[in-house]
Design a binder for this molecule. Structure first.
Ligand code: NI
Length: 406
């Protein structure tokens, strides 16, 4: 394995981290690959720019930010740096950089309508016949596999998995700060510097090594937990962003139905076709359909002779969004009737959606661990009265109906 360094450290300006620092050639080349550059054409926050107009930032800058946090973790946290070989460090930096490379256009809405899982495509792109794979394979035959195993949380050295995705990981720490900055909301702010200064590696009772936070850093972690909670409800689950995504979902389901009867509708929309046929999409087909291509297609479709698809495309372009109301069965049935009376087909103009704890709960899965002055390790909710009381609170549920103004 040859881990070549660049003759000079490269830097990229970034509003969250100041600079993104690149030392290794393989990282620089991965950034330059066409699959990574594609992330410039995928927005980080799907429909959120319809609510927060400056939230137009992309998966590209987020991925660079995750890389930078990983780089700082493995170089600045002494107890972590000592645990890892140079090869491990480069692999985990690459995992941070590439963890979102398989995201499709309008990520979550797109996954819902196509049944595609971006994590599968992240693995396919890193392991497949791609520029990224060629770049990683030049370094070593096993590097690509190792990077994928970290992203999939399956690497034998669990510390590497924890760095990229756990409860307090580089991915979340970057997206909270970045999404907060670009949405111009203050909810996602927390003290990243303090967290990095108080992170340590320690062995727990099960004999495994974990990333833990020193007790003196507990307030910055409490802040981070609140940042997450508020960002979810104020930004990620904002009903207006979901109203835009609801339009997108209905638009796509209309295309699927047209495709069953009239394939010629798509003769000038070739990049869409693979997603409408019930077949496995290969990396190349997946690669072509980015947000730029989709938006161009909306433009074409809004002038086509299918009234429903044309209307939904025009709504997406001109921000003629669906309205929304809290869900009740009576309201839903009443709206259905009214829509039919006004000539709307509810199949494409009425959507019910619910968000429950299963979609998001800050306290499921892995735990954040705190190390006390006497060396004992305990779970955050036992060490923090604030987290303890909010973890006992009721789980928020929300049901929403989306429909056009009638
Ligand atoms: Ni991410």
């Amino acid at each position: 394995m040859v881990l070549e360094r660049l003759t000079e450290r490269k830097v990229i300006r970034d509003p969250i981290h100041g600079y993104i620092n690149i030392e290794y050639k393989v990282i620089w080349e991965a950034i330059d690959s066409k699959e990574f550059q594609r992330l410039r054409r995928i927005k980080q926050l799907g429909g959120d720019f319809q609510v927060y107009p400056s939230a137009e930032h992309t998966r590209f800058t987020h991925s660079l930010g995750v890389y930078e946090i990983v780089r700082r973790m493995v170089t600045e946290i002494a107890s972590l740096s000592e645990e890892l070989s140079e090869k491990d460090k480069v692999a985990v930096m690459l995992a941070g950089l590439l963890h979102d490379v398989g995201h499709g256009p309008f990520s979550h809405a797109f996954e819902q309508v196509t049944g595609i899982n971006h994590e599968d495509y992240t693995a396919k792109i890193i392991l497949g016949n791609t520029e990224i794979n060629a770049i990683l394979s030049k370094v070593s035959r096993t590097l690509a596999k190792e990077v994928v195993s970290i992203i999939q949380h399956k690497h034998v050295n669990d510390l590497l998995n924890q760095i990229v995705s756990a409860q307090l990981d580089a991915d979340r720490m970057d997206y909270l700060l970045r999404d907060s900055y670009y949405s111009a909301t203050s909810y996602g702010q927390f003290d990243l510097e303090r967290i990095l200064r108080t992170l340590r590696v320690r062995e727990h009772d099960d004999g495994k090594k974990y990333l833990v936070i020193k007790e003196s850093g507990i307030h910055s972690v409490e802040d981070y937990i609140m940042a997450r909670y508020q960002m979810y409800w104020q930004v990620y689950y904002h009903p207006v962003a979901r109203a835009y995504e609801a339009l997108f979902i209905k638009f796509f389901s209309r295309l699927k139905d047209i495709h069953k009867e009239n394939k010629s509708f798509f003769k000038d929309l070739p990049y869409l076709l693979p997603f409408l046929e019930n077949k496995e999409i290969d990396e190349e087909e997946y690669f072509r359909l980015d947000e730029a291509a989709l938006q161009y297609y909306w433009n074409i479709i809004q002038h086509k002779n299918d009234e429903i698809a044309a209307d939904l495309a025009s709504r997406l372009i001109n921000r003629d969004l669906f309205e929304y109301e809290d869900y009740t069965e009576e309201k839903f049935e009443k709206l259905k009737k009214e829509l039919v009376e006004k000539g709307y087909d509810p199949t494409y103009y009425l959507r019910k959606e619910s968000i429950t704890a299963s979609t998001y709960s800050p306290f499921t899965g892995q735990k954040i661990l705190i190390i006390r002055k006497d060396g004992t390790i305990l779970e955050l909710e036992k060490a923090s009265t604030i987290v303890n009381s909010i973890s006992k609170g009721e789980i928020k549920k929300e049901g929403t109906i989306f429909f056009p103004k009638i």
